[in-house]
Design a protein around this ligand. Structure first.
Ligand code: ADP
Ligand code: MG
Ligand code: MG
Length: 918
């Protein structure tokens, strides 16, 4: 018997206390659709959600796989669902007497703020408007809705989705908006809501004529054409330039597709007993467990977010400097507020996470239009995770997973130097949308931000408000400053998602885009390229470039609470790369459990390096061994002190000291006075010295005379360093303190190199033990694994080495054959074209380089089962890489002090993900 294949279900209904879908179906229904279904249909919720239905993401994929055609069954399924909505609402779509109006809303799996477009009030035309007027008894409202529909539809469907490039860059929305502004200006109106019925009527007429003139097509009056046009626009906007850009930054695959939601309209613009708003179940700016939100009376949809009027606070807690004088929702609509408050509590309990909600009040009746997991900055994420764990809303693992490792960056985020800040008067104040301090040079367009940043400039993007077109420029800026918009505006949402310093609604400044400048209320005039400093935590704007300082983590109890859970959970240890007592102490405070990389050459760079560098140069330029030994003897004092100081700070935690690594010519002076000084010291002529310098030149220094090769050529260099290490250790131990050095030989490729160096180590060890009268000095002898051959022959290397530390920077360089110093020439193109998914120097290439790491670890441990294995290099502080190293079975990762908390958290995530969490 032939099986009848059931047609796929492309349309999911929700409303009236039931729903076809639920929250777990995000992949199919998108985030918005799944949550609407959950709110409407879950027996524990059954919230007042206007009825509607969702076209699944499968329709989107079908659409793109089939030359932009819909599945044949879609039309019938849509009609059926629409009929159910009509029944629930007691209205009919397109009906002249009793018309149903709907919205068409996009909704991808992951929220993409503002990327996809929504069209409201669909179904209005010259005929149905009469029905709306009769029903509502409010012609002003009906025409207000109509002009909104025309504007949105012309912009989203006809222009953007129609692929029409606006003339002179001025889109239809702007053209129409200017007409509205012109009337307001002429009549001296402050708000949209001041327009009279007749003015709105005339405006609608003008809008329609303008749409025809500018876009060459009339605004469609057929409700079904409006509906399908809007649905098509949502699907096509998925492949729009801006959406693709956002997905690239957020690493969202193109294949996911978006869903489309069609939903009965409810109206927040039906007069003074109506309103619309956005709220969070906890404060997304600092994480406090307080209901927080904004609303506008007599408004619709995006009005709150768009910054048309200053949104009012829902309650006392939500007041800010801009909104302090406005009445709260709690005050003007106490019943609806109470209902909203209860619902948001229930929602948070249900989802066990902070919810970002949209609501509309139509003539006193509350409707829920959206809920989703709310974006939050790092500070708030930590606070909420810690609080919710304390409140027993979530368990430890969930709390840990709630904070993305990179979000911690914000807690470690620099602030403006408090002293400088106290001494400086702010030129303007806005809303603190993204915390931390930032400084940069002012630019006024997203394109400029991108261009300046590409030239290495730090910039601050200053705009009236931002839109999805600005996403790239916002990403490249140090901070964002807008003059309009509230805490839920586009700029605020996007910046919060990225943890970027951001100030919005800064009405104290006025931008003159024509001259690329702005003027602050206090008279300060600022033009493109001028320096600004922002305090995103307080919302303050300062002229000039201020210093930035680090935050005191010790005072952050939520952070400490969370890190306690993290440390109980993770198994991977975290060390730091540090060469100074200050860095080491810093890292210890962050929770480092040792130093994974102490670069001896560090002492020859920067502050205080004059003398040791001179001695090193003398050593390098020496011709004979005795000459060299003499210079080394002088140098020894500095090396020993350097090592000793840092090792003392580490209080017995292991300190991996790498023997001299860089090619010697790196230290050779270039300017004449330095050369003269050196020749004098060495007692040779300048030209002779020049000849020696020339002899050190290498064509390919990265692959040249460096690392262990130096130690083999000049054993006395190794000897000096090893002696310094052992003597420093012996002296610390003798003073009753702890120390544990690990001697690490760099750039090895064959075990014979390790054997060669070990003979020196053993001899010096005995000598120091004797001279210090010690039976033994604890230490380990090991090597970096950074040449592919060393990884492959790890079994052999492990015969001599007690530990491996994978030097993944060089290992990546040599595995790919990409020069670390020259990748800038081609890597950006590789990333753009997706030839490479990620920069392998930032995130470990798990398939290739990672395979070498894994193989090296396994082979090494075959020889020596308790071989200690770690990694040092940039990857040690990259969350994804840390997780990989956990899976490989490493003992520790090592990263820069500042990345230690990130690595700790990533290690806990890795433990939980692999089911091995303690
Ligand atoms: P976004 O994804 O950009 O938030 P939404 O689909 O949520 O877009 O819609 C934009 C605005 O329109 C929101 O404020 C939303 O609450 C409002 N809105 C959407 N559908 C309706 C509706 N059926 N009735 C009233 N307001 C709606
Ligand atoms: Mg929304
Ligand atoms: Mg190296």
């Amino acid at each position: 018997m032939a099986q009848i294949k059931k047609a796929a279900k492309y349309v999911y209904y929700f409303g009236g206390g039931k729903a076809d879908g639920n929250e777990s179906m995000k992949n199919l229904l998108g985030g918005k659709g799944a949550n609407l279904a959950e709110m409407a249909g879950h027996p524990k919720l059954r919230l007042p959600v206007p009825p509607g239905f969702t076209l699944t993401t499968e329709v989107c994929t079908y659409y793109y796989n089939n030359k932009k055609k819909y599945p044949a069954v879609l039309d019938a399924q849509l009609k059926k669902a629409l009929a159910a909505v009509e029944k629930e609402m007691g209205k009919k779509f397109g009906d002249v007497n009793n018309p149903l109006l709907v919205s068409v809303r996009s909704g991808a799996r992951k929220s993409m703020p503002g990327m996809m477009e929504t069209v409201l009030d669909i179904g209005l035309n010259e005929k149905t408007i009469e029905g709306v007027i009769n029903q509502s008894g409010d012609a002003r409202f009906a025409y207000d809705a109509y002009r909104r529909l025309i504007m949105m539809y012309a912009d989203v469907v006809m222009e953007k989705a129609g692929g029409i490039e606006p003339k002179g860059g001025k889109g239809i929305r702007k053209v129409l908006d200017e007409k509205l502004e012109k009337i307001k200006h002429k009549k001296g109106y402050k708000f949209d809501t001041d327009l009279t019925i007749n003015e709105l009527k005339a405006l609608v007429k003008d809008f329609k004529a303008t749409v025809l003139k500018v876009l060459g097509k009339p605004f469609p009056d057929d409700p079904y054409e409006q509906l399908w046009g809007s649905i098509g626009a949502v699907f096509s906007s998925w492949m729009g330039k801006r959406a693709c850009e956002y997905r690239r930054i957020e690493k969202i695959p193109d294949e996911w597709g978006t869903a489309v939601n069609v939903q009965a309209m409810v109206f927040g613009n039906m007069g003074d007993s109506s309103a619309t708003g956005v709220a969070f179940t906890r404060n997304p700016g600092n994480g406090e467990n307080k209901f927080y939100g904004e609303y506008l009376v007599n408004a619709q949809g995006e009005d709150v977010v768009a910054g048309i009027r200053t949104p009012a606070p829902v309650n006392e807690y939500s007041k800010n400097d801009q909104s302090r004088h406005l009445p709260t929702l709690e005050f003007i609509m106490p019943v609806a507020y109470k209902q909203l408050f209860d619902i948001q509590r229930r929602l948070e309990k249900h989802y066990k996470d902070m919810q970002d909600i949209e609501f509309t009040i139509e003539k006193g009746t509350l409707f829920m239009l959206q809920c989703r997991i709310g974006k939050r900055n790092g500070v708030a994420a930590v606070k909420m995770a810690s609080d919710m764990y304390n409140e027993k809303l979530i368990d430890a693992k969930t709390a840990i997973k709630r904070v993305a490792p990179n979000q911690l960056v914000e807690l470690l985020l620099p602030m403006l130097d408090p002293k400088e800040q106290a001494a400086t008067k702010a030129i303007a104040k806005g809303l603190p949308a993204g915390p931390g301090g930032a400084k940069g040079r002012v630019v006024f367009t997203s394109n400029d931000a991108v261009e300046w940043a590409a030239k290495g400039e730090k910039v601050i993007l200053v705009r009236e408000e931002t839109s999805p077109e600005d996403v790239d420029g916002m990403h490249k800026s140090q901070a964002i400053l807008t003059t309009k918009g509230g805490m839920t505006s586009h700029a605020a949402l996007v910046a919060r998602g990225w943890g970027k310093c951001c100030i919005v609604g800064c009405a104290d400044i006025e931008i003159h885009i024509e001259t690329k400048s702005f003027k602050a209320n206090d008279g300060t005039f600022i033009k493109e390229g001028d320096w600004l400093s922002l305090d995103g935590t307080k919302g303050l704007v300062y002229l000039g470039s201020m210093g930035l300082v680090d935050i005191d983590l010790d005072k952050n109890l939520a952070y400490k609470n969370l890190m306690k859970l993290v440390n109980k959970t993770r198994t991977l240890k975290v060390r730091t790369n540090a060469e100074t007592p200050e860095d080491a102490a810093h890292a210890m405070k962050f929770g480092a459990e040792g130093i994974g990389l102490f670069r001896t050459e560090h002492m020859f760079y920067g502050e205080g390096s004059e003398q040791p560098l001179f001695l090193l140069r003398k050593m390098i330029m020496s011709k004979t061994e005795p000459e060299r030994r003499k210079a080394l003897n002088d140098l020894f004092v500095f090396v020993k002190k350097d090592i000793k100081d840092t090792m003392e700070v580490m209080k017995g935690y292991p300190v991996t000291i790498r023997l001299l690594d860089p090619p010697l010519h790196e230290f050779v002076p270039h300017d004449v006075s330095k050369l003269q000084e050196l020749s004098k010291e060495l007692g040779i002529s300048l030209s002779m010295l020049r000849r020696r310098v020339l002899a050190l030149h290498e064509n390919n220094p990265m692959l040249g005379h460096r690392g262990v090769r130096l130690g083999v050529s000049y054993p006395e260099i190794t000897e000096m360093q090893v002696r310094a290490i052992f003597e420093a250790t012996a002296e610390i131990l003798k003073s009753g303190k702890k120390a544990f050095p690990e001697i690490m030989v760099p750039v090895t490729c064959i075990e014979n190199e390790l054997i060669h160096q070990k003979i020196i180590v053993d001899r010096v060890y005995k000598e120091v033990c004797d001279s210090k009268k010690m039976k033994k000095i604890p230490y380990l002898y090991g090597t970096m694994i950074e040449i592919p051959r060393a990884a492959i022959k790890a079994d052999k290397m492990a015969e001599i080495a007690d530990f491996f530390s994978f030097g993944t920077n060089d290992l990546t360089q040599m595995s790919f054959g990409f020069s670390r110093d020259d990748v800038g020439g081609f890597l950006p193109k590789y990333m753009d074209l997706k030839v490479l998914p990620d920069d392998p120097f930032q995130t470990i290439d798990q398939d290739g380089v990672g395979e070498l790491v894994k193989l090296g670890t396994d082979r090494g441990r075959k020889t020596k089962p308790n071989l200690k294995v770690g990694i040092c290099g940039e990857h040690g502080g990259d969350a994804e890489s840390v997780k990989f190293f956990h899976r490989v079975g490493m003992n520790y990762v090592s990263c820069s002090p500042f990345r230690v908390p990130i690595a700790l958290l990533a290690a806990a995530h890795a433990a939980i993900e692999s089911g091995k969490g303690k």
